[in-house]
Ligand binder design. Structure first.
Ligand code: FPP
Length: 226
C-alpha cells in the first residue's frame, strides 16, 4: 500500500452497543475492544505506521457509573501488567497522554511503569490517551508555556502539549457511527484526514483498518496550499 500515514489516531467507539446487541454487560464490550487494540497494534506496525494513538478514556468518561469505570481500570491493570510485554517484544514503546492524577494510584503507577520500561530503540510507539481531554491539554500547555517565560508561539505551545515530540496525526479514525472528534487531539488534528465508520469497535478488524488506510491513500492533502 502506498502513502502510509506516520501517525494514526483511533477513537474506539461502540463497545457498549456491541455488548448490548449480544445481551452482555458493557464491560465485555470494553474487553473485546481491548483485544482489538492488541491485534491492531501489531497490524499497524506491520503496515509501517510509526505511531498509533488510541483514545482509551476521555476526561469526560470519568463521569461514567463507578461500576463501568472500575471495569475499565481493571482492563488497564490487565493490559499494562500483561499485554504490554507483547508490545515490548515487538520493539514498541508505550507513551501515555492525559492527566494521570485523576486515576487510581495503582493504575497511574502501572501506566508510568509501562512508559518507563519501554524499549529504548523502539521502532513503533503506541500512545494511550487516558483521562485525556484536548481542551484541558491546551490550557495546561498554555500555562506551562507562560510560566516558562518563553515567547508563546506554535512551536513552544506544541512542546508543552502531552504529545510534545510526537508528529501530528495524519489520519484519525472513529468507529461506532458518530461523526465528531469528542475532544480528541483537537490542536493536533488541524490537518488530519478524518475517517468515520459505522463499524462498532470490537468488530473493527485488520481488514476494516486497511479500508481506512486505503481511503487515506486516495486523499489529496494540500495543507491549505493549492
Ligand atoms: C467508547 O465506547 C469506548 C470507551 C469509553 C472505552 C474504550 C476502551 C477500550 C476499547 C479498552 C481499551 C483498553 C486498553 C488497555 C487500551 P462506548 O462504551 O461509549 O460505546 P457505546 O457508544 O456503544 O456505548
Amino acid at each position: 500500500m502506498e502513502n502510509i500515514p506516520l501517525h494514526v489516531g483511533l477513537i474506539m467507539d461502540g463497545n457498549g452497543r456491541w455488548a448490548k446487541k449480544r445481551l452482555m454487560p458493557r464491560s465485555l464490550g470494553h474487553n473485546a475492544g481491548m483485544n482489538r487494540v492488541v491485534s491492531l497494534a501489531e497490524h499497524a506496525q506491520k503496515r509501517g505506521i510509526k505511531y498509533l494513538t488510541v483514545y482509551a478514556l476521555s476526561s469526560e468518561n470519568l463521569a461514567r457509573p463507578k461500576e463501568e469505570l472500575e471495569g475499565l481500570f481493571n482492563l488497564f491493570r490487565k493490559y499494562f501488567s500483561e499485554n504490554v510485554k507483547k508490545l515490548y517484544g515487538q520493539n514498541a514503546a508505550v507513551k501515555i497522554i492525559g492527566d494521570m492524577q485523576g486515576l487510581p494510584h495503582d493504575v497511574a503507577k502501572l501506566l508510568a511503569e509501562g512508559e518507563a520500561n519501554s524499549p529504548k530503540e523502539a521502532t513503533f510507539c503506541m500512545v494511550f490517551a487516558i483521562n485525556y481531554g484536548s481542551r484541558k491539554e491546551i490550557v495546561r500547555a498554555a500555562k506551562l508555556a507562560a510560566e516558562s517565560g518563553e515567547e508563546i508561539t506554535e512551536k513552544t505551545l506544541e512542546k508543552y502539549l502531552y504529545t510534545g515530540g510526537i508528529p501530528n496525526p495524519d489520519l484519525i479514525i472513529r468507529t461506532g457511527g458518530e461523526i465528531r472528534l469528542s475532544n480528541f487531539l483537537l490542536y493536533q488534528a488541524a490537518y488530519s484526514e478524518l475517517y468515520f465508520t459505522d463499524v462498532l469497535f470490537p468488530d473493527f478488524t485488520e481488514k476494516e483498518f486497511d479500508k481506512a488506510l486505503k481511503e487515506f491513500s486516495r486523499r489529496d492533502r494540500r495543507f491549505g496550499r493549492v
